[in-house]
Each structure stands twice: as structure tokens, then as C-alpha cells.
Design a binder for this molecule. Structure first.
Ligand SMILES: [Zn+2]
Length: 66
């Protein structure tokens, strides 16, 4: 069974905690309506929150990690 669709370009993405998988809306519906067991999976909408690169830099622009 290959439900995972990392390469599809779709507007909405869901992350399933139990599957540890990123799914498009279409695959999320297909996967998580298949059985009562998978319908209890905890799924989160990927909201597209941006992570600033400055998080890894000092005020002088030097890398903190790496
Ligand atoms: Zn799932």
C-alpha cells in the first residue's frame, strides 16, 4: 500500500502523527476513512508557518550551530 503523496502538488497538506506522513487532502481522506482504526489517527493541518533563518545566527551573522 502506497498512500503517501509527498510529490503531489495540492493546496492542503495534512500531517498524520500515527503514520508520520505528509498527505494531500485527497490521500488524507482516502487513507483515514478506510477503517475505524485509522480514522482515529491524529492529523494536523500544515499551516505553512515560516521559520526564520535568524534562529540559527548570532547578531553578528555567525552560525550558532553547524
Ligand atoms: Zn494516519
Amino acid at each position: 500500500m502506497d498512500f503517501y503523496c509527498l510529490l503531489k502538488e495540492k493546496a492542503g497538506y495534512f500531517f498524520c502523527l500515527e503514520d508520520r506522513a505528509l498527505l494531500c487532502r485527497q490521500c488524507d481522506a482516502a487513507v483515514h476513512t478506510a477503517t475505524p482504526y485509522v480514522s482515529s489517527h491524529r492529523r494536523f493541518l500544515i499551516t505553512g508557518v515560516r521559520v526564520p533563518l535568524q534562529h540559527y545566527l548570532t547578531k553578528d551573522g555567525n552560525k550558532i550551530i553547524g
